[in-house]
Design a protein around this ligand. Structure first.
Ligand SMILES: Cc1cc2nc3c(=O)[nH]c(=O)nc-3n(C[C@H](O)[C@H](O)[C@H](O)COP(=O)(O)O)c2cc1C
Length: 223
């Protein structure tokens, strides 16, 4: 697609370039996806009314968020597995946010670690925390975020249990993806994605694997 003019163009491009399990992870909800669809249709009801003949002098979208000057009052929300949507996705998103002047929030369930992002950005970013049962690990995670000079801790409260996400179950979502025949056939149609992944060492949950006691791979993480 040569000219991208809207979010729908980006969605189509992303679907074309990204393995099905990761595209579906970003573009789906739990159970019947009723709420997921309602989130979109509710927004479609909102219309903006143009006001004319008003004083525009010194109008700006600049403001502050959590004590930080920002170009507009918008932040990049934490999204798990961003580094599986595109190689080094979290590093690239953090850099883009930095360039534009809005905060970037790194997910606990990111592929690139707190340290990976900190080493490749110049300004502090936010860190989102899922509080897990292993409290020593959680304390260590907070210490790592502090050491990386994260400027805000964003606490997620709505994940007492994992949502049952049917597409993720059917696709066997994992990072890195399991090399099943179906996955390999699908990945063969995504050469850019494969090249990117081949060039980066960041292909699993690097905030967690190797840091939480007993978590050395994906199956020990989920248990
Ligand atoms: C693909 C995807 C992954 C997400 N991962 C996380 C996450 O790891 N941690 C978290 O706290 N919220 C996560 N969220 C929730 C978002 O941060 C955000 O709160 C939510 O999408 C609502 O914002 P929106 O209306 O702009 O999408 C995720 C959302 C999506 C769509």
């Amino acid at each position: 697609m040569a000219i991208i003019t809207n979010i729908e163009d980006l969605r189509v491009l992303h679907q074309k370039r990204t393995p099905k399990m990761f595209y579906d992870y970003a573009d789906s909800g739990s159970w019947t996806e009723f709420t997921y669809r309602a989130n979109e249709s509710d927004f479609q009801k909102i219309k903006l009314r143009q006001r004319v003949a008003v004083d525009m002098t010194n109008r700006t979208t600049k403001t502050t968020m959590v004590g930080q000057e920002v170009a507009m009052p918008v932040a990049l929300a934490p999204t798990g597995l961003t580094g599986m949507q595109h190689a080094d996705g979290e590093i690239l998103a953090a850099r883009a946010a930095e360039k534009f002047g809005v905060p970037f929030c790194l997910s606990t369930m990111s592929i690139c670690s707190i340290e990976d992002v900190a080493e490749r950005t110049t300004k502090p970013f936010w860190f989102q925390l899922y509080v897990m049962k292993d409290r020593d690990f959680i304390e260590h995670l907070i210490e790592r975020a502090k050491a990386a000079k994260c400027s805000a801790l964003v606490l997620t409260l709505d994940l007492q249990i994992l949502g049952q996400r049917h597409k993720d179950l059917k696709n066997g979502l994992s990072a890195p993806p399991k090399l099943t025949i179906a996955n390999m056939i699908n990945m063969m149609t995504k050469p850019r994605w494969c090249m990117g992944m081949a060039m980066t060492p960041r292909r699993t949950f690097r905030n967690i694997v190797g840091h939480a006691t007993g978590v050395g791979n994906m199956s020990s993480l989920s248990s």
